[in-house]
Design a protein around this ligand. Structure first.
Ligand code: 13P
Length: 253
């Protein structure tokens, strides 16, 4: 069975004091969460703090992006080796906000994924369609294109024990959540597409849902057979909300 994963994506929010309070607030209840893996993806400047506060805890942490290059003259970028240096386990790649605001193409995202993986991080690979694409009946075409770019570059082994996050752009930060049926449909589509290459990899692949997941809807989403947890934005900024989602997952695990 796949272990559920609830991961917070803090995006560009908070201060050092906020980050410390949030980490400590989550950690205070971790003794009650034993079956769900819990992770936080913090802004780069707070990775050192995460390393200090999470060293002897069961909470994993990571970054929200990673460079596709090893090192060198890439002003402003952060390498996978640097993330590992701070004890990161995860790096989000291909979040729709980076695809949109930083013009990251499917190929760039795939290269970031492979770079993170090569160095020993676990990439959280985000896919998802815009509202226009959904209304145009393009959802499967879009997520298939995003997934295939990775499979073309890295082969099916890239996704062995991997993590994908399905994040419909129209549900991110909008308060509008995909219905459990809408989300399940896309998750099953993604898993089948991976299974066409390897049934074993598809079975081990964790597919998280992201997009206005909150305490009130987490359980009905995570209950779906192909939804293995959540990538949480807004609700990850309040320890009690984030923990409520972890508990919802825990109740099903
Ligand atoms: P919200 O939970 O704020 O909709 O954000 C989801 C997300 O983008 C997580 O990566």
């Amino acid at each position: 069975m796949r272990q559920p994963l609830v991961a917070g994506n803090w995006k560009m929010n908070g201060s050092k004091a906020d980050a410390a309070a949030l980490i400590n607030g989550i950690n205070a209840e971790m003794n009650k969460i034993t079956k769900t893996e819990v992770a936080v993806c913090v802004p780069f400047p707070y990775l050192y703090l995460a390393e200090q506060l999470l060293a002897d805890t069961s909470i994993r942490y990571g970054a929200q992006d990673v460079s596709r290059e090893d090192s060198g003259a890439f002003t402003g970028q952060v390498s996978a080796a640097m993330l590992l240096d701070f004890g990161c386990h995860y790096a989000i790649v291909g979040h729709s906000e980076r695809r949109m605001f930083n013009a990251e193409s499917d190929v760039i995202v795939a290269r970031k994924f492979m770079q993170a993986k090569k160095l020993g991080l676990t990439p959280i690979f985000c896919v998802g369609e815009s509202l226009e694409e959904r209304e145009g009946g393009q959802t499967e075409t879009v997520v298939a294109r995003q997934l295939d770019a990775l499979l073309e570059l890295g082969g099916i082994d890239a996704l062995a024990n991997g993590v994908i996050a399905y994040e419909p752009v129209w549900a991110i930060g909008t308060g509008v959540t995909a219905t459990p049926e809408q989300a399940q449909e896309v998750h099953a589509f993604l898993r089948h597409r991976v299974a066409a290459n390897s049934a074993e990899v598809a079975t081990g692949l964790r597919i998280l849902y992201g997009g206005s997941m909150k305490p009130s809807n987490a359980q009905e989403l995570i209950r779906q057979p192909d939804i293995d947890g959540g990538l949480i934005g807004g609700a990850a900024l309040k320890a009690s909300d984030f923990l409520a989602i972890c508990h919802a997952s825990e109740a099903l695990a």
